[in-house]
Write a protein that binds this ligand. Structure first.
Ligand code: PFF
Length: 471
């Protein structure tokens, strides 16, 4: 195992896995999903999904990886034979597609960071049309600044940073980067929350976020909560399996997973606590309602408007820090996504890590070009007739979400019927000598074999039906 590299210890593993989990999902997606799905109601459903359904799946996924000591394909193949290996390949494909769109959004955040910190974005008056133009013309051919403003370049640089870190290997690259970025991210987050809570009308935002309105409870809220929990925890496609393969036998998986889930959930929760007071401050200032429901453009349209209202200097500082936070969160996730196919090629095809990291990154960047062009540049991709007129980015993101819950469901079936749950329990005893007699063992035994596969199976089918036909 050591020739593949491994984590230096518990802290390194936890920070890195939490880095994968904490990302755009927490800071970009969670607040707008909460805004659209009734605030507190969404928060509670999300917590239920994380602790009841996702915790066991994450423990299972990491145990498989550590037991096999290989990439996602190699792990399934080693423990379950060739047919199960396809499930590993399916996960790797999903990871490639997630990274293809994720990197585009990360590129936007990187562009906004530069534009706000060093440019004059906050002097805009109409942030909605700015965002429209920004994502539409990916080469920015109309602007005098030309390529310096190009979305294409922003995403390319972001992908290059990702490849650079992954190429350096587990301890010197991935772990080292996470050890710097994760603590910084928390510090920035806390600073912005403290500031946002002091703004006028902040408490109304906090109330909206924390007091559930049961009238908002719909079956779709459950679907959204589950998909978001899987996405946010990076579950179901082999990222954590791959990271698990670099974990030493002496580490306690069950307690590490509890810490990782808490870290991820706390960042999502805190991101809401940062964003809702800001939104309600804006509503108060401009005497408008309904911005809480802004959807995907929330952080790119509504927040810059808020930074604009703060005045030139403060806006630049708070806005710049905010987008730096988003970039850090995204980068710790993109490296985990790139690591999945890279580990596969290094383990299975015995290829050189450096070359493979750069080559795969380039390939995924190219796969992401249609996503970039789907925001207006190529009208056919902006309005998919078979997908209710939504754009290609939404389509890819939705398909990946479904892939994650299906992957999680099949993984539980794999543990139950092929690898056998007893083997998972033995793996979990490493680093946790009291595990065998604990209540947790009984809980995992029941949830992984019955609750998770059944609920995830039913929900995945309902989600697919809802997406294509509608409930
Ligand atoms: N968990 C990341 C986020 O919340 O942004 C996204 C992600 C990363 C999903 C890695 C899947 C993955 F394997």
């Amino acid at each position: 195992m050591s020739s593949r590299g491994n984590f230096s210890g518990r802290i390194g593993f936890i920070l890195t896995a939490a880095g994968s989990a904490v990302g755009l999902g927490n800071i970009w997606k969670f607040p707008y999903l909460a805004g659209q799905n009734g605030g507190a109601v969404f928060l509670f459903i999300y917590l239920f999904c994380v602790f009841v359904l996702c915790y066991p799946v994450m423990v299972g996924e990491i145990s498989i990886g550590r037991h096999a000591g290989l990439d996602a394909y190699g792990s399934y193949n080693k423990l379950g034979g060739k047919k199960w290996g396809y499930l590993g390949l399916f996960g790797i494909m999903i990871g490639i597609f997630i990274l293809s769109f994720y990197n585009v959004v990360a590129g936007w955040a990187f562009g906004y960071f530069l534009h706000i910190s060093f440019g004059d974005l906050l002097n805009e008056t109409d942030f909605s049309s700015f965002f429209g133009l920004f994502v539409n013309d990916i080469f920015d051919l109309t602007s005098a600044k030309g390529l310096a403003n190009s979305n294409f370049i922003f995403s390319m640089v972001f992908m290059a940073m990702t490849a650079f870190i992954v190429a350096k290997g587990i301890q010197k690259g991935i772990e080292a980067a996470n050890k710097i970025m994760m603590p910084t991210l928390y510090i920035i987050l806390i600073c912005i929350i403290v500031y946002s809570l002091t703004l006028p009308n902040a408490m109304s935002g906090v109330r909206y976020y924390l007091i559930p309105d049961l009238e908002e409870l719909k079956i779709q809220t459950l679907f959204e909560g589950l998909k978001q929990a899987f996405f946010s925890l990076s579950l179901g496609m082999g990222t954590l399996m791959t990271y698990g393969s670099y974990l030493k036998k002496s580490e306690n998986i069950t307690s590490s997973v509890a810490t990782i889930s808490l870290a991820d959930t706390s960042v999502a929760f805190l991101a809401g606590l940062m964003v809702f007071p800001l939104i309600h401050f804006l509503q108060f200032k401009l005497q408008i309602t309904e911005v809480a429901q802004a959807g995907p453009p929330l952080i790119f349209i509504v927040l810059p408007q808020i930074f604009h209202e703060m005045g030139p200097l403060l806006g630049r500082i708070v806005g710049g820090l905010f987008f730096l936070l988003v970039c850090f969160a995204a980068l710790t996730s993109t490296i985990s996504l790139l690591e999945v196919p890279v580990a596969y090629l290094v383990d299975q095809k015995k290829m050189d890590r450096k070359k493979v990291s750069w080559g795969t990154a380039l390939l995924i960047f190219v796969i992401g070009l249609p996503v970039m062009a789907s925001q207006g540049m190529i009208p056919a991709l902006n309005n998919l007739p078979f997908y209710k007129g939504q754009d290609y980015l939404v389509f890819v993101a939705d398909m990946c979400d479904i892939g994650l819950t299906v992957g999680g469901c099949l993984m539980c079936i794999f543990i139950t019927t092929r690898w056998k749950i007893e083997n998972m329990h033995s793996e979990l005893e490493n680093g946790n000598p009291n595990y065998r007699t604990s209540f947790l063992k009984k809980y995992l035994n029941f949830t992984i074999q019955y609750v998770c596969p059944v609920l995830l199976g039913i929900l995945s089918i309902l989600i697919i039906y809802d997406k294509f036909v509608g409930i």
